[in-house]
Write a protein that binds this ligand. Sequence first.
Ligand code: SF4
Length: 279
Amino acid sequence: MVQARHTVVYNIPVHLVPAYRGRAVLVRTQDPTELVHALPDGEREKLAGVQLLSLSADVDALADWGYGVPVDLVMLSPATEFALLYRHAKLLDKHPVRVSIPALSELFKAVKVATALGFTVKLDVGQPDSATLAAMQSVLDFYLHHTSVSQPVEFFHTALLSFYHQAPATLWDVQEEDPAYVRYVTDDGRETIARRPVGTCVTGDLGSFVADLQKELLAERSECCECEFFAHCGGYFKWPRKDYGCSGVKTLFRTLGDASEALRHDLNTFTAARKETGR
Ligand code: SF4
């Protein structure tokens, strides 16, 4: 589902497929059968992926369609929908599948089921409250330390790598929410930002939305000015509410930074030991 940095990917409802022909698209629908009809063989050249908005739909049509198309399963209620993931496991035979799970206080069980089934996971984060932050910390500890977890859990996975390689990627990119590169097209055809808190529809220059926000945050001497994680975050948690307090999310970043240091230390020790033994 990762898009080339210079390409704009449009997240469109399935009925807009004809209008966006020739452009890179992520096509969303409640009904897999609609997708199969809208995108027959030979119509998928610019397809970045598909997004299923309902875990209750019959997925057999998608399991028999195409090959290697990134599929994003959008979960709405982790507390009640985690059991629905089992019936989607068959998709993994043909497609890379990710589950997008809303960061709510009851998300842990859904993450455990998703990773156990072999799905990658993306947490839809927003501006988490304290109960959600506690759940995210549990997921982070699970992701870092549980030996059974072999699938990426985003944004933790990419942030960990970016700490390790000292090559920061902001959460706007990791979460696929920078409208310069990923544009959400509403059902009535308006382009806006992917993260859309209720009642929010960003318009104007979407190409400079993140850069403009960052300029404002720095000009206003916000918490971001002194934040050691700005290169990894990019002011992500200061939207839509600029007064959101970041002490909780900084703890998550700190845990990731410490884990990358521990990883570096372990790898250096391992490499030195191999050199010593000549193996
Ligand atoms: S963690 Fe908060 S203060 Fe730090 S860069 Fe992100 S939004 Fe700004």
